[in-house]
Structures are given as C-alpha cells and as structure tokens.
Write a new protein. Structure first.
Lengths: 461, 455
C-alpha cells in the first residue's frame, strides 16, 4: 500500500476517525495505532507479522536490560545484539537474494521481501543505541514502543524518527487544532501533487526512456533527462515525505522535516543538511561518530568517505550505489578540508558568487544522480558519453514536458514564504473550500498524470 | 467525542464530492474514474512483483485487448511457426541442411533488414548466436564503417571511426541514393579512418564495399597481425566495388585509413572458413519500407544483394510506420509489395521472409499501457502481402504474446522493454531472437521431414 494510493488514503481516514474517537483512552489509541501499523505491514506480506513484533519486542527488552546493566561488556553485548539483528533485517530485503544467488541457489524468489525493512531497522537501532549512550530512557510500555517503532507513515521511506522523540507525543492528551488539521491536509495534497503532477510526469515523458537506452537519444535530450531526474527524485521523495508528515499530523504526531530546498545548497555539506535530513543525521550520529580516529588529522576525512560509501551500498547491492556514495563521501571530505583551510572566514555573500556556488553544488549532485539512477555502471558511462557527444536534437522533448519541468524548477526555488502563505491560506478557508481544493487536485491528477501510481523511489531502499 | 470538527468535515465533504463525481452525470473531465473509486475500497494483499516473462505458447497468449481491431484470420495459424504456403523457405533450409552436413564451403547467409532494434543488433545478435551455435560460425558478417548513431552497434564488435561524412538513407541521405547494402554512405578524404575490433581473432577473410568512381581515392587496410592490403576506388564509371582479402592468422582488429583522394565506403564484412552461418544485421534507425524503396538506389542495391547471394532475406519493418495510420491504410500495402518485388527480382533464388514488428505500446487516457491500435492492422497487411507475393511470414507480434505484451514486459521484473514501450531491453530482445530462431528451426524440421509448404 503506497502512500499515494486511494487505498492508503481510505485507510488513513479510517485510522484518523477511530483514533480521535478513542483519544481519551491512551491504551486504546496505542492499540489502534499498533493494529494499523501491522495491518500496513500485512498488506505487503503476512511474513512481516512474524518478524516485526518479535524484533520489536526483543529491542524493547534489550533497552530495559541496557538501562539496568552496569557492566560495560554486558551493555556492549546487548547493544551489539540489537544492532546485529536490525542490520540483518535491513540487509534481508536486498542482500539475502544476492548472497543466495552467489551461492548458486537455484531460485530465491521466495526470500525476497516485498517491502524493505530499512527504515524500521534504522528507527529500532536508534532507540537501543540512544539508551546505550544514555541519551534516552527506555520506555516501560511495550505497547507504546511497538506502536512507535513501526509507526505506519514512516514505514516505507521515513523520515527516520527517533522513538525517543516520538514516544512522548503519545503521552500528550490533546486535540487536533483546526490549523494543524488544515496543515495536515495541505501537506497530503502537496505531496500528491509533487508525486503525480511532477515526479511521475517527468519520469514517464522522458527520464525513464533516457535512462533505459541513452544511446537512442541526443546529447541534449539526455542532458535534459538527467537534469529532470534531479527534480523527479526530489519531488518524488519530498512528496512522499509530505504525505507521511501530513498523515502523522492528522493523528497529532509531528515527524521531523526531511527536506529544505536542497538544490539551493552552496556546497555538498550544505546539501546534506537540506536533503534527506533524517538519514544524514542518522549517518552522522550513529555511523560517523562511531568510527574510530576522531582525534586524528586524516581519519575524520576518511571516515566521511567510509560513511557515505556505506550509505551508498545501503541503497542496494549494485556498484552504482557504491560509486554514488563515494562521490558524495569524497565531495564532503574535500569540502571539509577546504573549510578547514579557510578557517572561520565566511563565503562571500555576493549574489553572483553565491549563484555560482549553488550551480556548482547542484551539478556535482546531478553528476552523482546519474550513477544513482542508471541501471549499471555501463549505462551511466553511456549517459555521460552521450551528454558529451555534442549532439543536439529536441524531438523527444514535448512542450508539455517543458511546461511541467519549468514548473518543477520554479516550484523548488520559490521563496519559502510563498509556500507558507499558501499553506496559511488553505488553513484559513472553510472546510468546504478545503474539500473543494482537494477534489480539484484529484481531478487534475487524474487528468494530467494518467500514468498509474508508480511506487515511490525511496520505498525500495 | 473528541473528533476534530473542521478537519473531519473537510474530509467528509471531500469523500462525498469525490463519490458524487464518480457516479453523477457530468462532463467527462469532471468525473472521477470508477477504477479510482474501487481502489479506495480495495484492501486485498499488495500485488507481488510480476515474474519474468517467458516465451509464450499460443495457448497462453493473452486475450486481445479492447484496443485491438477485430481481425479475420487468413487461416488457422500457429504464431510460433513461419507461415510459408509457397514453400519459399526451402532454399534457406536446403542451404542449412548442406551446412549441417558440413559440406565443404557450405555457408548459409542471412540478410536481416530492420529498424532501430536491429540497428543495435538486438534480436539479430541472439538469432546469430543460436544459429551459429548449432550450424557453425562462418563469421560476423557485415558492419558499417563507423557509427552513424551512438545507438549503432554489433554484439562483441568494437567500432571507431573519424573523418567521415555520413549519409544515412533515413536521415541526411546521399543525393545519388548510393547508400550501399546497409543503407549508409561514408565519404572521407586523407585522414579519415575506421577501426573495428572483431568478437574473436579467428576470421579468415574480409571484404570492403565501396563506390568505384572516376577519380576515386585509395585506402589501406592494416590488421593487428600485419598489413592486409591497399585498394584504389578509381574506376571508369560509378559502380559498386568490392575488395576482398584473406586475413593474416590471429587478426582481431583491422584499421582502414584513406591514403589518397576521397573515397566513398559502405561497410565491411568478415567471414570465417565454413561451413557455418553468417547472419548479417542491417538495421537503420527510423527505417521504414519507404526509406528503402525511395532512397536506396535500386540498381546499386540489386548488384550488392546479388553479390552477397544470401540464402534468406528478412524484411523486418513496421514499427516506425505505426505512427502514420492513414499511410498504412492507403499506401503501405502497395509499397511493401514493391519492396518485396525488388528483392525477389534481385534474388530470385533466395528465400524471403517478412517479419512483423513487435508489439508497441502507448498509454491510453486511463494510464494503462495498451497496444497501438494500428499495430495489428500492420501485421495483417504484412501477412496478406507476404502470402500474395509468395513470401514467408513470421508473426513476431503474436509469437511474443499479442496485444498487451509491452504492458506485461514493462511490468515484469526485470523489465524487458524500455519506458518508450517500443525498444526491447536485452531480455526482451533475447526472447524475440529465440522466438525467431525457434520458428526457423520448426520450419527446418518440417522441411527435413518432407512436409514443408503444408500448413
């Protein structure tokens, strides 16, 4: 059940109504959320009902044991067990089939889980590591923990939410203010618009073709396809995140923000403060800080590369993702080195220089997206060779594509206050106007998109 | 009751309005499709990723979609078999039989003309590999002098060229129509060169096809195992020229360099000592029947076809025509007939096989991938013309599963067709190559059993 499907929206409405009807009873609410979470998993496969409750209960017990244990060895053993279990869960979806294939297994289709457990695993690890580091207290409510760690809006692709930040929100017995409800509906509407009217349209009308068989297209068309992909993945992923944030907010739960106009970044470090923020924070707090050699001169740079190489490989058992991670790791290490050389001197605020920095960072990211999106290193090489072939031909780029692409670019770069004003306007109008706006959006999606609901790009990671 | 009032009312109103739009009468653009509304209430398990597509049997072929025009079959037919009421494939099968018996110098040659998939040696590479595995490898065959399109390529062959003025029959076109066997002319002066890396170093001979012309320049051929020869393209009149050479043992790479004046080349061909099969892949980007009929100089092409003396000519067009439905109904049958006549006049002894285009998909207004409505019509026309003209016919469209195949291929894991629903990805191309080979082998088996021509 992807978050943009009609089925999900009906499911969300049902959960919303039941949740607020029993809001006075905390246990009933948590029970309902747990039921909704497991229903969401079961929709993908009943196998999850045998995995998630067991893994979550083990992490719950490990966290309590961690809090009680005094001996460092025992504590380390406990947290290692939790980390190991969750890494196995994360790897199960994509590396078990690969390993079985390498081992010569005749068939391993039955081993492939339809839904990656990455985001569940990240959240679960966060909890036990926080308790191990004494950054968070272990909850004594199994029900609250189970409902939190598998919270359905974050299941597919985050945002990675620390259970320690989510657990207290269940305790508050508050109502949903009309402003919050309006914001939630607005976020869901914007998310659907980003997904269907922009991301899927761009993909369907050029990007997928160009990345399938780049040599069939001119250099100019491939270049446009690559630029368009940068916006497709942004609108796809941030659209998903908006729907997730809106879904949670309908239940009075605030999830962390995951995107902040990433293509306005002035360098690659800035990019990662704006793109998939919950993942970059996770990598920093739970992987980078765990690597040895923090006080040495060279190791922090190497650790950055290692962190992002691992982050790349997490995306899939494919050399492309490794190259993508390495590009970003090296980019971050170079940026950090440059910042160390410059000291505290701030970059120039001159508009032209700032624009150049933004363009340079953007093109660096676009280059890396080629490896991220291409099906193989050979395809990525074909894409690059086509771009530099100098061939110019525009027959595969339609005026409609140009309009949607221009809208996508403009939508990303508009001042934030414009977005906030439109949100405030939506929140302020009467309920029937809100409903009418959403109906118009549904009609527009039906009219313009007409391409079916493609899965969110990040739901496979 | 703590139900948030405004938000709940907004959701309720939205639900009522969408339901109303689904069922109330009104203009089409103001109606939500029933499929959307039924999805709201669908709570079955998520669909598992579609399994890889296997070569379909006629019994498992999908029912035709509503978008496919009704057809009256010419006769009961098996899509996996070649339709050959005139028995024209006998010549090819006889040659294959000689090759299989390992008779001295028994080389079976196939010329496969096609559009963009064949340009990249898709389908043909797989057909070549399968046939050569069974009957022996008599060489890679014809390759253009350089890449007219980045997309051009032959499996296992490396090709680099520089300094050529390229004129393809489907694009920039040579004014005199001299495009050679492969449909592309390469003109260059001193400094122009091409290098080809062959799939292996067991080729024993090669031939360069060029235009002999008054004042024609000269070129030199150099292999990695030593010099191969020099050729002057000077001649009294304009005529197709052919320069053949034996290759030094171990030659795996050959470089052609223009040494004097200006030369005009069409391609080079590589062979091994037979017996075996040579499968020449002759793809042109954007090719249609019209391109060959109108822009190939008929006289030159005839001489080149005769020079190659193929046992089988495959005419595999139709995909690019599918965007011109009016042309299909009015001119296409006549032009296809003329092309077949031209080939048969040039090669009266050879087998001629019309191979239909693959399925081609497009999105309909509801977003579903459906077969282009004109595609089955093109296939019908091709079948009728082929039978009328005494040619054989292979229905690729039906053999690969008929209408809706590209939708299935697009949704299969791994995907078998590009997102343009037209160009096969490697898995799809290999499947079509196997289907063609399978059909040829079924016909060959019937020939050997003495039942050829009986359908």
């Amino acid at each position: 059940m992807i978050l943009s499907s009609p089925g999900y929206l009906a499911f969300l409405v049902a959960v919303y109504l039941l949740f607020w009807l029993c809001r006075a009873n905390r246990l009933a609410c948590l029970g309902l959320i747990l039921l909704a979470n497991y229903f969401f998993y079961a929709k993908w496969s009943l196998v999850y009902l045998g995995i998630i409750p067991v893994a979550s209960s083990l992490d719950f017990c490990i966290a309590i044991a961690l809090e009680r244990a005094k001996h460092p060895f025992v504590r380390r053993a406990l947290v290692t067990a939790s980390v190991f279990m969750n890494i196995v869960l994360i790897a199960s979806a994509r590396y078990v089939p690969l390993l079985l294939g390498l081992a010569g297994a005749a068939t391993h289709a039955g081993w492939t889980l339809p839904l990656s457990l990455s985001f569940y695993g990240f959240q679960a690890m966060t909890y036990t590591i926080d308790v191990y580091r004494r950054d968070a207290r272990a909850t004594r409510s199994l029900l609250a923990y189970l409902a939190t760690v598998s919270f359905f809006p974050t299941t597919l692709a985050g945002p990675i939410t620390r259970p320690a930040a989510l657990l207290p929100q269940w305790e508050k017995n508050r109502s949903l203010a009309p402003e919050e409800g309006g914001r939630a509906l607005f976020l869901i509407g914007v998310g659907l618009m980003k997904k269907f009217l922009i991301a899927d349209y761009l993909a369907e009308h050029l990007i997928n073709r160009v990345f399938d068989l780049p040599k069939l297209y001119s250099g100019s068309e491939v270049l446009v396809g690559v630029y368009a992909y940068a916006f497709q993945i942004y609108y796809d992923f941030s659209g998903y995140t908006d729907i997730a944030l809106g879904s949670a907010l309908l239940l009075g739960i605030r999830l962390p923000v995951n995107f902040n106009q990433p293509y306005l970044a002035e360098n690659i470090a800035d990019f990662w403060r704006r793109w998939h923020i919950s993942l970059s924070n996770w990598l920093r707090d739970y992987l980078y800080f765990s690597l040895p050699g923090k006080r040495t001169r060279a190791m922090p740079y190497l650790n950055l590369i290692v962190t992002f190489a691992i982050g790349g490989i997490w995306h899939g058992a494919n050399w492309n993702f490794g190259v993508w991670g390495l590009i970003h790791g090296v980019g971050l290490a170079v940026t950090r080195g440059w910042q160390a050389v410059r000291g505290k001197k701030k970059p120039s605020a001159n508009l032209a220089l700032r624009t150049m920095r933004i363009l340079a960072a953007f093109h660096f990211v676009v280059l890396s997206w080629i490896f991220f999106r291409a099906s193989s290193i050979a395809t990525a090489r074909d894409i690059l060779s086509q771009i530099f072939s100098g061939t110019v031909e525009w027959s595969n780029i339609t005026p409609e594509f140009v309009v949607v692409f221009s809208f996508a670019v403009a939508g990303h770069y508009i001042p934030k206050r414009w977005y906030e004003r439109s949100q405030q306007a939506f929140v302020a109008v009467p309920f029937y106007a809100q409903a009418a706006a959403l109906v118009l959006l549904a009609l527009a999606i039906q009219y313009v998109a007409g391409t079916g609901a493609a899965p969110f790009i990040y739901s496979k990671f | 009751m703590a139900l948030p009032k405004k938000t709940s009312l907004a959701i309720l109103t939205f639900g009522v309005m969408t339901a109303g739009l689904g069922y109330a009468p009104g203009p089409p653009w103001l109606r939500l499709r029933e499929t959307v509304l039924t999805q709201v209430l669908h709570f079955g398990p998520e669909a598992a990723p579609p399994a890889p597509v296997a070569a379909p049997s006629p019994a498992s072929a999908a029912p035709e979609s509503r978008r496919v025009l009704a057809r009256t079959p010419l006769e009961q037919r098996d899509a996996r078999q070649i339709l050959d009421p005139a028995g024209i494939m006998s010549h090819f099968y006889e040659s294959l039989a000689r090759t299989e018996r390992k008779e001295p110098r028994a080389v079976t040659q196939v010329l496969h003309y096609g559009d963009s998939p064949v340009t990249a040696d898709s389908i043909t590479a797989d057909a070549r590999a399968i046939l050569q595995q069974r009957f022996g490898d008599a060489g890679h065959g014809f390759v253009l002098m350089a890449k007219p399109w980045a997309w051009y390529g032959h499996r296992g062959v490396g090709l680099r060229g520089s300094g050529w003025r390229i004129a393809a029959a489907t694009q920039s076109r040579a004014k005199d129509g001299f495009h050679g066997l492969g449909g592309v002319s390469f003109e260059g002066g001193v400094g122009a060169s091409s290098t080809i890396s062959l799939p292996d170093n067991r080729h024993t001979g090669m031939e360069v096809q060029f235009l002999q012309q008054p004042g024609g320049g000269a070129f030199h051929l150099e292999g990695n195992a030593g010099p191969i020869g020099d050729v002057s393209t000077d001649g009294e009149t304009e005529a197709p020229g052919f320069a053949s050479f034996g290759l030094p043992s171990g030659t795996g790479r050959v470089t052609l360099s223009v040494t004097a004046g200006t030369v005009r080349l069409f391609g080079w061909s590589f062979e091994k000592k037979g017996p075996g099969v040579i499968y020449h892949s002759l793809g042109l980007n954007g090719a249609q029947v019209q391109a060959v009929l109108w822009y190939f100089n008929a006289g030159q092409w005839t001489i080149e076809l005769r020079h190659m003396h193929p046992d089988l000519v495959v005419i595999n067009y139709g995909t690019n025509e599918s965007v011109f439905p009016e042309y299909i109904e009015r001119q296409y049958p006549g032009e296809l007939r003329k092309l077949i006549e031209r080939v048969k006049t040039a090669l009266p002894e050879s087998s001629v096989l019309v191979m239909s285009p693959m399925d081609r998909g497009e999105r309909d207004s509801s977003g579903d991938i459906v077969t282009m409505p004109i595609l089955p019509r093109i296939v019908d026309i091709q079948r009728k013309v082929a039978v009328d003209e005494g040619c054989a016919f292979f229905d690729t469209f039906d053999a690969m599963g008929g209408a809706g195949t590209m939708a299935r291929w697009y949704e299969s894991q791994p995907r078998m067709v590009s997102a343009d629903f037209t160009h096969p990805l490697p898995g799809g191309a290999a499947l079509v190559g196997r289907l063609l080979d399978d059909a040829l082998m079924r016909g060959y088996a019937r020939f050997r059993a003495g039942t050829i021509g009986v359908q």
